[in-house]
Design a binder for this molecule. Structure first.
Ligand code: ZN
Length: 201
């Protein structure tokens, strides 16, 4: 297994539509295993292949909360085949939009159809955080980020901040300095202590 680099927004690859896999072969299984390892290391509870630069319809999840424990889930070509009329709001985060969170409204329950790690067709009824997570990851396969569900004002603010943070990091690296963002990051962490339950997907 190998750790992959997680792309952060803005990156054009995160806005592309991913292609279905023809079957779950050794190569796809390898990708799934690498993605799971990368997700655990981040740490996150969900990851989609385009987040590691692979434009394939593959996602991995592992939700370990008091109320939901899924264990590792591998899904190739996942699709929502049923969604509830009832909505739910969750505060979402994303490994590709580090340290930014926002409330997102989605259908409360969905049924998803997919191929598992053995290439077997499966269907799963999802609710709560699992439902949010599955929809968030499938969005990634269509080039949609959680910020595309919120107001343009808030979206642009988050994307501007990410771009600024990246430029500062690149400048510091070029000058051989310790990352200056580190101080601010620790400060933000204290401020956002209550928010730490928001999942990174
Ligand atoms: Zn995400």
């Amino acid at each position: 297994m190998a750790l992959k680099t997680i792309l952060t927004a803005p990156d054009p690859r995160l806005k592309k539509k991913s292609k279905p896999v023809a079957s779950v072969d050794a190569e796809v299984r390898q990708l799934m295993d690498d993605m799971l390892e990368t997700m655990y290391a981040a740490p996150g509870i969900g990851l989609a292949a385009p987040q590691v630069g692979e434009l394939k319809r593959v996602i991995v999840l592992d939700i370990d909360r008091e109320d939901v424990k899924t264990g590792p889930l591998f899904m190739a070509n996942p699709e929502v085949i049923e969604a509830s009329d009832e909505d739910a709001t969750y505060e979402e985060g994303c490994l590709s939009l580090p340290e930014h969170y926002s409330d997102v409204v989605r259908p409360a329950k969905v049924t998803v159809r997919y191929l598992d790690r053995d290439g077997k067709k499966q269907e799963m009824a999802c609710e709560g955080l699992l439902s949010t997570c599955v929809q968030h990851e499938i969005d990634h396969l269509d080039g949609i980020l959680f910020v595309d569900h919120i107001s343009a004002l808030k979206r642009n603010m988050i994307l501007r901040k990410l771009l600024k943070a990246r430029k500062e990091k690149e400048r510091d690296e070029a000058e051989g300095k310790e990352p200056s963002a580190k101080k601010d990051k620790d400060k933000d962490k204290d401020k956002d202590k209550d928010k730490e339950t928001a999942p990174a997907l």
